[in-house]
Design a protein around this ligand. Structure first.
Ligand SMILES: Cc1ncc(COP(=O)(O)O)c(C=O)c1O
Ligand SMILES: [Zn+2]
Length: 421
């Protein structure tokens, strides 16, 4: 499938300044992220639920709302949306209908009976992407575009999974990559980057220090900076999680989405997808309520949310086993917080112990071996259902953003602790 791109320009997410999308751009002159804008009328003419049915089972099936095509692809996207009936039944709810007995498939038909709880609980299992995380989505788009724009070498700081994904797509694109990561990043992330032929730089510090290293070296080394939100296309790849939900729910969206938030690109991307869908006339003004789930040891967004602030403060001494959530100063803070407000969402944090426990629950109840980041959403769902914020009739999606197979250190700790009930 090859068609002209519908991208018309890049636009600053903060000040609205416009940029030519046919040349390389990173941040706006005001320092904030740029977003790709499309001719959505043209996109909507050929992108329909019916037209995509027989397209390839990768995220590139949504080509009309992506930057370019053909792409550097490893088969990313179209991850399973699992109806988590056993986990859902184990979640205590308050509110009307909590004892009714039925269960429903993604498209809404009844498939049998269960014991109440959250009957329409689904898990979008991003661990099944190439390199085992949703980071593949962002990197297929960013690396494809970087290659087209003539990049000679790619570089990014990483908390772990983004580095592995960048290294893999750079290898597939035939481009060198430099991955800068904290020295205590999970061993599997280091190994995969090395296996893909990337140069790995380890620093004693956090992803924010790694980001500074890339920023300081990129010009003299000639690197194309693929850092989170410092180029416009990783968001484009990640927004396809929103398009897939719409497709997998038969042209509808869920009521609540729980998303584990580090840099926030997934959350920003999905909200962007929903805005595009509204502009294409697919949905109305209502939105899924977005929930940002963070680790108690690094929760800048939760702190800002609780303090009713529009921006987040740098989170000092960030520490959590969920390496992907160790992002103390997310560049997209304004966007994330405004999206939580606009969708009537919320933000909450969970402890490392809770994540380890929830990982075992998810594995033993649903057969999903999750990253601690993904497991965090289970705890958040329990808390929100118990408080009545989520009601038992609602359709709820938890994102398992990565596979547990790359978190040997965290899983060893989880399996040493008390068994899951
Ligand atoms: C498994 C996993 N989940 C979640 C995140 C956070 O992602 P985002 O930047 O989209 O908030 C990361 C980031 O590294 C991750 O690796
Ligand atoms: Zn700007």
């Amino acid at each position: 499938m090859s068609r002209p791109s519908n991208v018309v320009e890049l636009e600053c997410s903060a000040c609205g300044k416009k940029y030519d999308a046919s040349v390389e751009h990173h941040l706006c002159t005001c320092g904030k992220p740029l977003l790709a804008r499309y001719d959505l009328r043209r996109a909507a003419a050929t992108l329909t639920l019916d037209s995509i049915k027989n397209r390839p089972r990768t995220l590139w099936r949504y080509a009309e709302v992506l930057p370019n095509d053909p792409a550097v692809s490893l088969g990313e996207g179209m991850t399973p949306l699992v109806h988590a009936q056993r986990l859902g039944a184990s979640i205590s709810t308050t509110g009307a209908g909590a004892t009714a007995k039925r269960s429903i498939s993604p498209t809404g038909e009844s498939t049998g009976s269960d014991k109440g709880g959250l009957r329409r609980l689904f898990i979008k299992d991003e661990g099944l992407n190439p390199t085992g995380s949703f980071k593949a989505r962002g990197m297929t788009a960013a690396v494809s575009r970087a290659k087209q724009l003539g990049a000679k070498a790619l570089a990014a700081p990483t908390a772990g999974n983004a580095g592995g994904a960048l290294a893999a797509y750079a290898a597939a694109a035939g481009l060198p990559a430099v991955i800068v990561m904290p020295a205590d990043t999970p061993a599997a992330n280091v190994m995969e980057c090395q296996a893909f032929g990337a140069k790995v730089v380890k620093l004693n510090g956090l992803i924010s220090d790694c980001g500074k290293y890339v920023a300081e070296h990129k010009d003299c080394e000639g690197w194309y900076d693929v850092s989170t939100l410092k180029e416009p296309y990783r968001v484009e790849g990640k927004k396809t999680m929103g398009y897939e939900l719409w497709e997998q729910f038969g042209g509808k969206l869920p009521d609540v989405i729980l998303y584990t938030t580090g840099g926030g690109v997934g959350l920003i991307g999905m909200c962007k997808a929903f805005d595009e869908m509204e502009e294409m006339g697919w949905i109305g003004a209502a939105r899924p309520r977005m929930v940002a789930v963070q680790a108690e040891g690094c929760a800048p967004i939760v702190r800002a949310w609780e303090a009713h602030q529009n921006s987040a403060q740098f989170f000092q001494n960030a520490a959590t086993i969920a390496s992907g959530l160790r992002v103390p100063g997310p560049l997209g803070d304004l966007l994330i917080l405004s999206m939580l407000r606009q969708t009537k969402g919320t933000a909450l944090s969970v402890t490392d112990e809770e994540m380890l426990h929830a990982g075992r629950e998810l594995a033993s109840l649903e057969g999903i071996f999750a990253a601690p980041e993904g497991a965090a959403t289970v705890i958040a769902a329990r808390k929100l259902a118990a408080s009545g914020w989520i009601n038992p009739e609602e359709t709820v999606v938890l994102f398992n953003t990565g596979t547990g197979y790359k978190y040997a250190e965290a899983w060893q700790r989880a399996l040493r602790s008390a068994p899951a009930e």
